[in-house]
Write a protein of this length. Structure first.
Length: 108
């Protein structure tokens, strides 16, 4: 993980997503193969888009309350928040170019 990637939990979630800088939250679990595939891509994006995008990681097994609040039914689920509001949701692993394309309006 990079310094622009934060680990989220029940106590830090609301405060962390409230900031003005967009944060892409990765809802994941240790046992999830696609989650492990997408993790290095998200680390790359955290470095490349430093100052424009933050990456948050929320383990769904350790934080089921938040996963339930946001109706996360499959993982990985990526939700982009800005100012505490959900702006975009991506379900499933994607290649980096697809993620960048889907998030382009928030990366400019």
């Amino acid at each position: 993980m990079t310094e622009n990637t934060v680990t989220l939990d029940n106590s830090s979630f609301d405060q962390t997503i409230a900031g003005g800088t967009p944060i892409l939250v990765d809802f994941w679990a240790e046992w999830c193969g696609p989650c492990r595939l997408i993790a290095p891509i998200l680390d790359e994006m955290a470095t490349e888009y430093d100052g424009k995008l933050r990456i948050g990681k929320l383990n769904v097994d350790e934080n089921p309350q938040i996963s339930g609040e946001y109706d996360v039914m499959s993982i990985p689920t990526l939700i982009l928040f800005q100012d505490g509001v959900e702006k975009k949701r991506i379900i499933g692993a994607r290649p980096k170019h697809n993620l960048v394309s889907e998030l382009s309006e928030y990366l400019a």
